[in-house]
Design a binder for this molecule. Sequence first.
Ligand SMILES: [Zn+2]
Length: 374
Amino acid sequence: DGGHGGEDEGCAREGVREKDINLDIAIQLQKKLSDIGYQVIMIREGDQYKAKEERVEMANEAGAHIYVSIHQNACDKPEVKGVETWYDGKDGSRDSKRLAQLIHQETLKSTGALSREVKDNAEFHVTGKTKMPACLIETGFLSNKEEREKLGTKEYQEKIVEGIVQGIEYYFYPNTMYLTFDRGPSVESTNKILDVLKEKKIKATFFLVGERVRQNPEIARKIVANGHTIGISSFKEDDSEIYQSVDNYIEDFEEAYKAVLEVTGVGVKIFQFPQENMDNSEKIRELIIQEMTARGFVYYDWNVKLKDELISEGVEELIKNAKERVMGKEKVVLLAHDTAYNTALYLDRLIEQFPEYKMEVLTEDVDPILLGKE
Ligand SMILES: [Zn+2]
């Protein structure tokens, strides 16, 4: 939807009219999306007036999968500039937030423009009355000289289009993230983490410590009841001896297996090593994986470590680090700890950082992910 059109010019400054720029971008967007296989329905293909009701009706009747409205901004202060993206936060089932976040984020990347907000209180007809996920992006300020000049050029419009296309691509074809929580269950944090995951409708994987399962049976059962996957980290809380030989490991694992089975009724299929003890024992690690694989268990590596067990790092730092380490990876197994109190407190915000990822659970049906440590 290239906003405005016909008698409705939108905003204008120094002869640059919003309706023209919106249409230019929409036409390029249509071409680019069609080239890579999307079916695009244009609300207007020329300088026509379309009422907002008509726009919404077109999208709803076509059964469109997403609705993207393109606009330009203006205000009284000439220094104000940047990209703003809006969605209607009232209907959480429509997934408009993720669409808005992705289009916003990718357009910032492709243009280098200043980020203004992603706003959930859009009162626009096109974001509120459409039935599909919808957002409205204001790609710049015509009242800002620098942006107005850029917005009129083909090169800059192409950058905007590139960003919107990438956002749409991530929306339909997200990368995969497996959230894993290691070394619990713990009284302080696991319950909180389960609440956040439930609210966000995300399933995760918990690699448990057998001794802790015995100590906190209700929490272990709740993990299973909420539909998350369970794996084994170790039986003993102090796992320093476990990795000295394959026999030591197997003995400990069997105890953990039994504890989880008796408490939760789940016969665990997958396991992970707590990284701390494995640094100097690559050989043992390989032998253990070999033996466990022969016994029908599946080992999963992680490739991004949250470092949440390091109390010295502040929350902002942890989130920033996670973002940097995750960036661009198609598959991420994120190692976090449900023994770290902070993790429960900012998990919500952490997940918000990754709209381009779909969160999945590890099960024995997922091919082993051996990614190499960072
Ligand atoms: Zn507008």
